[in-house]
Structures are given as C-alpha cells and as structure tokens.
Design a protein around this ligand. Structure first.
Ligand code: C2O
Length: 596
C-alpha cells in the first residue's frame, strides 16, 4: 500500500527508451561527445564477447543462467523495493560489492582500463603491517592554502614524478586519473548479469569510502616517490572562509599542480558553493545588503552546515548501490562537493573549463585530490562533531564492500570499507583547526516574507518536466503521526529522472509564498537545498551512447527547517522547485517521509 503521504508518483514512460548522448546537441550540452564507433566495446584480457553497454531497467536484467531467488541474491543483484506497485523498480546490490563482481571493460573508441593485475597477486590491506598499515609516522593533512614553501616543493616534486612515470606504471598520474574515469564513467560492469550492468562509484553509499581509498593510495604513492613516508595530501579547505578560493599552489602555470582546463573566470574569484552551471542562479545569495564577497562566503557556510546537519548515514552517504532503478546520493556528494567541481571546471561559459567539470576527466586536474581530501575530511567531521552521527553500523554488506588498488610498491591491494572508517587506521589524520565556522551557521528564517492566510494551490501531476525560468508550486502532505508522541525526523524526497550527461540543478524552497522567492537565499531556513548533477561522459570516449536516463531520489532534511519555520503542526508543506539548469530534469514525485 502506498503510504498516505505518497504523492502521485508515476513511472515515466519516456525514460524506458534509452537516449543517446550524441545526437541532440543543445546549447547547454557539454560532455558526451561520442562517435558511432563507441556503440560497441571490447573487454580487456579475457576474450569475452563484444558488449553494447547501456543502462537497464530492472525488468531487463537477466542473471547469468537465469538464476533467481537465493542464487540471484548470492550474486548480489536483487530487487530492493518490494510490494508497492507505484514505486519505481530498483535492482539494488544486496551483497558486498567486490572485485569478484565487477570488472573494467575497455572500449574500442579509446578508453583503456587501468593497469590490470592478476587475481592471485592481490593482497589484503589488513595483512600489511600496521597501524599505520605500511609503517611510518602518522601523516597529518593540512589546508592547501597554509602550506610552507618546503611542503609545496615536495608536493610538486611528487606530482611531477608521477607525471613522468610511463603510462603503464600504475602509479603514474595518467594511471591514477584513469582509475577515476573507469569507476565513474560506467566502464566497470557487473559481469554476473547478461547483458552486463554498469557500476559507478557515485550516487550511492560507495561514494565516500571509495574516494577515501582512492586518495589514500595516491597519497602513499607521492610519499614513496618523494621518499617521505610522512607525506600527507593537503586539503582544499573550501569550508572555511580563508580557503574559499583556488589555493595558490594550484594556480601557478609553471607548477605540475596546474591545469589549464579550468574555468579561468571562476577560479580567480571567491568560490560559490551554490553556483549553477554557466553562472546561472535564480535566487539571491543574500537577503540583505552584505557586500558580494562576504555574502558568498556566508551563503557557503550555510550550505556546508546544511549538508552536515543531516541525521542519518543514509542521508549523508546515500543508499546502497542500485544497478538499475533509483539511486540515492547523499548530502556529502550532492551539495558542496558537486558545486566545487562545477565552479572549477564549468565549461558552459566562455572561459574554457572542463576537467573538474565533468566526471570522466575530473581526476586529470591535480586539484581533484585536494578537493576530495576535504570531502574526506568532512566525512570525518560529520562523525566526530556530533555523537549522534554514525555510519552504517553493523551493515556487513557495506562494511565488506571492497576494491583493489595498486599501492606505492605496485602491489595490488584489496581494501574494504571496514578498513577505512577511521583515518587513523590508514595512518593519517586531519590537522585540528581551532574553529569550524560552519558549525554554528544554522540558517535563519527569511525576514520580510508576507504570508497570506489563503494559500493558492496548484494541481501538479507527475511526471513533471522542469523548464528554466518556470517555478513549480506543490503542496505536499506530511506523514501521519508516527504512532507515539515522538515523531521521527522528516525528509522531503524528490524523485528525479535526469540525463546523466547533462548538468542539472534546481533549488527547493519550503513555505515560501508564490512570488516571494527573491526574499530567500541559501542563508535562510526556507531554502531546503539544491539537487545538482555533474555530467558523466568526457574522457577517452566510451559509454556515451545509449546511456539512457538516470533515476535518482534525493532527500532534503526537514527536521531543523520545520523547527525553524514553526510549521510542525501543519498537515502540509508548500514546496517550490526553482529550476536553475533544469531543462533535462523530469520530476517523478515529491513526498515527505519519516526517517527510519
Ligand atoms: Cu568521483 Cu568528486 O568525484
């Protein structure tokens, strides 16, 4: 049965047909430039038959040998949502994802998988001496804008040496960047299904641990090449006002830390963690007359606060990986993280850009690793600044998820999520800063809003295709009381259907009367947050055709918003969707749910 708060969620007929990222170039289209030859791809190594990669609907997934039930569960692919016909189908992974389940597949149009390894050579990280696992002192990661000259020299030397290694050395800069491209651009496949299903480390709870593993090995490689086991990857401290610009060490064109493929206009200014692609933004960043720079910084602090003030691991990390069907990214990925990518690499204005701005090429920019060092730090801070915040404690499927990376000694090492929960177990720490400014930047209700007593209500039906410049007004029912006196926190869930090759962004406002949106900024409680997509595609070809559309569910936290707006007694919420880069977004449904 649909729950009473379930609002008109219908499957979208159009999404069943795969779309091509090649044929329809629109003005704001950026990244998915494929040639017809990218339609087929050839696996590396084992001589499997050619495959035509595409995204699948759950009903199309056929397990090898027609397995069902328990056997299918053993392979890790099972429909995750049961019972409710109105909910979109989802094939989510119910077993740990491991190197036994997924495999990189090179493509005939230029993408080559990262350096291969023999399964029998793989060693477990846990079997290496430690902690720290490979011996040596604790490595302390510091803000990139506060490094001394000697440290910068070392960092530059390390990256220069990585760039000088031959491409087939797994420690080379090229190999490292290819790892991200392989894991984020649908080059990994679940080979337990026919046809193979794409795997991607984004849009699920694999995001934080996978990126922690990835930059851990990158850091170890620099330490090895510079002969300094204490080398620690600096972090781009964009959550602190002093760090809200491109760190100078990345802006020197003579440095190996430089990348010309950045948006040259953005990277000279203060970073904007609410930036839409192409500098679009339909809402003001400030509701007062603050000067431009301090206003952007104040809005940034509220944005970081908002992504960190979520109660559960699922809100923060996202849900388990779904092979087909609805993916649910967490706030760590969707909010500031994605904005930093867009700000640095946005190719939609006349100022070049691209590497950081597209998932396929992001790790070709050396600043990527310091950006993700900060994302990693925010994971650590989410847990350490609030005793109520915990990862998926006891979820063995998540904890046993593992990947294989080459380490600094060129050994293929299997590393599990369980191994990476504590930075200390990996031999690194984040320098303690005296003050985390975002910690007390809880947004405040907007002032000057005139609240009419009679609310106009729109009748909105789903699927709802967003249009830039056209706001959508919805009235959404809140769930019935949660049995007892204490209600579980509520979240606003928005189901979206997007083209994964396109930028997408829309802002979400709650209880803002029609026409008064301009009085609300990210500094206000009424601003529930934004949904943002960074395009897939780019890179060395492959997987750009027939990618189809992607269904995502994003949760906007409501607990503090409802407290701040004092609307806990209301039966409904008024929700405004403000498209920023919205032309490719279809909203499948909007509902309020109780957190489990
Ligand atoms: Cu794998 Cu910031 O992305």
């Amino acid at each position: 049965m649909a729950s009473p708060c379930f609002l008109l969620l219908q499957p979208l007929a159009a999404s069943a047909s795969a779309t091509s990222c090649t044929n329809k170039r629109r003005p704001r289209r950026v990244s998915c430039n494929a040639t017809p030859s990218s339609r087929s791809s050839t696996p590396t190594g084992d001589g499997e038959e050619d495959m035509q990669p595409r995204r699948l609907d759950r009903r199309e997934v056929v397990l090898v040998g027609g397995l069902t039930g328990a056997a299918a569960a053993n392979l890790g692919l099972m429909p995750a949502l049961a019972g409710d016909d109105t909910e979109p189908a989802a094939t989510c992974i119910t077993a740990p994802i491991t190197d036994k389940l997924i495999k990189c597949v090179s493509s005939s149009d230029g993408f080559r998988c990262p350096v291969a390894y023999l399964p029998e050579d793989v060693i477990d990280l846990a079997s290496l001496p430690g902690p720290p696992p490979t011996g040596g002192p604790l490595r302390v990661r510091r803000p990139a804008h506060l490094l001394d000259a000697a440290y910068v020299k070392k960092y530059e030397a390390g990256v220069r040496m990585m760039k000088a290694l031959p491409d087939d050395d797994p420690r080379s800069f090229k190999s490292q960047a290819t790892i991200h491209e392989a894991y984020c651009n649908f080059h990994y496949k679940f080979l337990t299904t026919t046809p193979p299903v794409d795997f991607d480390v984004h849009f699920s709870s694999v995001f934080a641990p996978w990126h922690r593993m990835y930059i851990y090995f990158y850091e170890r490689i620099i330490g090895e090449l510079t002969n300094d086991p204490a080398f620690a990857l600096p972090y781009w401290n964009w959550d602190s006002p002093d760090g809200m610009s491109l760190p100078a060490i990345f802006a020197n064109p003579a440095s190996p830390l430089y990348d010309a493929k950045r948006n040259q206009e953005n990277v000279k200014s203060t970073i904007d963690l609410n930036l839409g692609p192409g500098k679009q933004n339909d809402l003001p960043l400030c509701s007062s007359t603050e000067d431009g720079d301090s206003c952007v910084k104040a809005a940034n602090l509220c944005t970081v606060y908002r992504q960190m003030a979520v109660d559960t691991a699922a809100q923060f990390h996202g849900d388990r990986f779904c092979a087909a069907g609805v993916k649910a990214p967490g706030s760590l990925e969707n909010a500031a993280h994605t904005a930093v990518h867009i700000w640095t690499g946005d190719p939609l204005s006349a100022n070049a850009g691209e590497d950081m701005g597209v998932l396929g090429t992001a790790a070709r920019d050396p600043v990527f690793y310091s950006h993700h060092s900060n994302v990693d730090r925010l994971w650590h801070l989410w847990r350490s600044t609030d005793p109520g915040h915990a990862d998926f404690v006891g979820d063995e499927d998540w904890l046993q998820t593992s990947f294989v990376f080459y380490d600094e000694k060129r050994r293929p090492v299997r590393i599990r999520v369980r191994d990476v929960l504590e930075p200390g177990n990996l031999g690194y720490a984040y320098e303690a800063r005296e003050r985390l400014e975002w910690l007390d930047k809880r947004p405040k209700p907007a002032t000057g809003i005139d609240r009419p007593t009679v609310k106009p209500s729109d009748v909105v039906s789903f699927p709802l295709a967003l249009k830039n410049g056209r706001k959508e007004y919805l009235t959404v029912k809140r769930p019935e009381k949660n049995g007892g006196s204490k209600k579980a926190p509520e979240v606003l869930v928005i189901d979206v259907d997007i083209d994964p090759c396109e930028y997408a962004k829309f802002d979400v406002l709650v209880n803002v009367p029609r026409g008064q949106e301009g009085k609300v900024s990210p500094q206000n409680s009424e601003f529930a947050g934004s949904f943002v997509n960074l395009p897939h595609g780019g890179g060395d070809g492959g997987m750009k055709v027939g990618m189809g559309r992607l269904k995502l569910a994003y949760r906007f936290a409501l607990r503090e918003l409802i407290e701040d707006l004092r609307c806990g007694g209301d039966a409904t919420l008024d929700v405004t969707l403000v498209p920023v880069a919205g032309e490719m977004v279809v909203v499948d449904g909007v509902r309020v749910e109780l957190l489990k």
